[in-house]
Design a protein around this ligand. Structure first.
Ligand code: C5P
Length: 232
């Protein structure tokens, strides 16, 4: 029997790197909030998926009103975020039962394709954990920022052929990721795969998508609009 599907949409960041007052997940892309566009990809890709949206506590009523005003009526469990992304995910996982599949996805990645979402859910059904990655195309440098001055770390090298960028959605058997998130927080936990890997579960890595960008800065917004116009 297939596992029930959940998606945890991470949108509890303050979005300060965008330089706007409104956190970036609420800015509009093609006339809809980035966050709404992100949720809609999952609704189209997985029939019957349960949506858990993690928001800054102070924006929960804002989002509820936005959805009502726009007639965006998909059922969502709204959860308040925590101090770091790790704590936000942990808050959301408390709302997911064991025996399900759960995708954790950045609310600011609205350009992920339905195909990639489906592929990752299928892979995770078989393998417990499925994560999209893209090969690194730039030459990577190991550099320290000492009071605003950039300097190479002596002797440190990064072999580009071994480096990949991790994306979301990252999809897991829910009982696995829930146990992994019971571990104590570590600053090295910058995504869900790093938590689940530390817990000891092997990850199945699949090819991600270049257009599945994480909208973080003003430049990303320009890029996202261009990609959106191209693929819509
Ligand atoms: O900070 P970072 O860019 O890694 O954030 C990735 C995603 O995690 C964003 O969608 C952001 O809204 C979310 N996040 C969160 N809770 C936090 C920090 C970030 O849900 N405390």
């Amino acid at each position: 029997m297939q596992r029930r599907k959940y998606v945890v949409i991470m949108a509890a960041g303050s979005g300060t790197r965008m330089g706007e007052k409104l956190p970036k997940q609420f800015l509009e892309l093609g006339g809809k909030a980035i966050l709404q566009r992100t949720i809609e990809v999952f609704l189209r890709a997985c029939e019957g998926v349960s949506v858990i949206t993690v928001l800054p506590k102070e924006y929960i009523s804002y989002w509820r009103k936005y959805c009502l005003d726009r007639n965006f009526t998909c059922p969502q469990v709204l959860v308040a975020g925590g101090i770091t992304r790790f704590h936000s995910v942990r808050n959301a996982l408390a709302r997911v039962p064991d025996g399900a599949l759960v995708a954790v996805h950045d609310g600011v990645r609205p350009l992920v394709s339905e195909e990639l979402v489906k592929t990752l859910f299928n892979e995770a059904e078989q393998k417990q954990a499925a994560v999209p990655v893209i090969p690194c195309v730039d030459t990577m440098k190991v550099i320290e920022n000492k009071d605003g001055k950039l300097a190479a770390v002596p002797g440190a090298k990064a072999d580009r052929s071994l480096l990949y960028g991790a994306q979301t959605p990252q999809v897991f058997h829910s009982e696995v990721i829930k146990k992994a998130y019971d571990m104590a927080y570590d600053t090295a936990f910058t995504d869900d795969a790093s938590v689940v890997e530390k817990y000891g579960t092997p990850i199945s890595y699949l090819e991600g998508e270049r257009f599945n960008i994480k909208i973080t800065t003003k430049d990303d917004m320009v890029l996202a609009k261009a990609i959106y116009d191209l693929i819509r």
